[in-house]
Ligand binder design. Structure first.
Ligand code: UT7
Length: 332
């Protein structure tokens, strides 16, 4: 009997209509379009505006599109996992809310928090439920409303992040397609460089925490940059070696979109030419858990059955990792 693998059988993204350009940011903080473009690669980000709208609204939009595309009903979904660091609420899980909004009444749902590596952690977790034969249809959502935790007076962080969501459907394959391998890592000692100081159990919200602007992303950019370059490049090279893949064998590198310079370093280390690297940081910024599914969505029409694809990410935690998958369908 052939091995069951977990194949991505549909992908869908969603970004909200409002945008925040580098020119807009020039009016808000002491920065320039030139600095942002050359240091990060970002030109514009999408921002979710509107009273009462949160991460689940973007996730639900992506999932609705995914179901319509695949022509299936929400009631057929067995499990929905959402990767996010900007949940609608601390509890219940945003995945539960997405399932409710789309009508996935037979799915159980939960969130995974691995910051910018969240989609990789969730995809690997979800694939296990397919590989065991237990489930037939599992949705993985990567969604973040980063604008809800970005300090728009801090020029070092507000220029990077944007809002968005992406979702994929996983189904069993017996054709040797889908997720082949993954290497995932975490190192909690890196938490000092990238975190949110207040709002958790260590420092619940107080007047003082609000006054001190502690409910926003804190990032010490340089150490994160250095760890990201090493972590993402090392793990991507490692997964290629482990699976006997040369640069020629790799059809696409799908890197987390945090900084163009980190992406370039990873591609160089893998020996993969820039024509094989998915880059959309210029139009969305860093959407945290959504960057990788948003890339797959943007490039979907160019992907072919059997393409060897390497996903790679690095983020808060620290967390990082790489997934090797074989694309499983053609887009008409
Ligand atoms: O996705 C999750 C993981 N996160 C990442 O991977 C992000 C990793 N880090 C980075 O991408 C970069 O560190 C940043 C983009 C955040 C910052 O770029 P950098 O090249 O590391 O800049 P820096 O922090 O070393 O700052 C260099 C200079 C400083 O000025 P001085 O001290 O040299 O006078 C900053 O104050 O640039 C200044 N600066 C800015 N100038 C204009 C910092 N932010 C800005 C800005 N506009 N927005």
């Amino acid at each position: 009997m052939s091995r069951i693998t977990a194949a991505i059988t549909a992908v869908q993204g969603y970004v909200p209509p409002d945008t925040l350009t580098n020119a807009d940011l020039e009016k808000m903080v002491d920065t320039t379009d030139e600095w942002i473009r050359t240091r990060t690669g970002v030109e514009v980000r999408h921002i979710l505006k509107g009273e009462g709208l949160g991460t689940s609204d973007m996730g639900a939009e992506a999932v609705r599109g995914l179901l319509a595309k695949r022509g299936i009903d929400a009631s057929e979904i067995d499990l929905l996992i959402c990767a996010t660091v900007t949940p609608d609420h601390l509890f219940p899980a945003t995945a539960n809310i997405i399932s409710d909004k789309v009508g996935a009444v037979n799915a159980w749902s939960y969130d995974i928090n691995a910051a910018c590596s969240g989609f990789l952690f969730a995809l690997t977790t979800a694939s296990q439920f397919i590989e065991t034969g237990k489930y037939k249809k599992v949705i993985v959502v990567g969604a973040d409303k980063m604008s809800s935790i970005v300090d728009y007076t801090d020029r070092a962080t507000c220029i990077i992040f944007g809002d968005g969501a992406g979702a994929v459907l996983l189904e069993p394959s017996s054709d040797g397609l889908g997720l082949m391998d993954s290497i995932l890592r975490s190192d909690g000692s890196g938490r000092q460089y990238l975190h949110q100081k207040a709002g958790g159990s260590v420092k619940p919200a107080s007047h003082e925490s609000v006054d001190k602007r502690e409910h926003f992303v804190f990032q010490d950019g340089q150490p994160v940059f250095k760890a990201a370059v090493k972590g993402m490049a090392d793990v991507s090279a490692e997964i290629m070696e482990k699976n006997n893949l040369s640069a020629e064998d790799v059809a696409w590198l799908v890197p987390h979109q945090a900084n163009l310079r980190i992406i370039d370093a990873t591609a160089n280390r893998m020996g993969v030419g820039s024509e094989k690297v998915m880059i959309n940081i210029q139009k969305y910024g860093n959407t945290t858990a959504a960057t990788i599914p948003l890339c797959l969505w943007d490039w979907e029409k160019k992907l072919h059955t059997g393409d060897n694809i390497i996903l790679a990410a690095f983020g808060g935690g620290f967390t990082w990792g790489s997934i090797y998958l074989k694309w499983a369908y053609e887009t008409k």
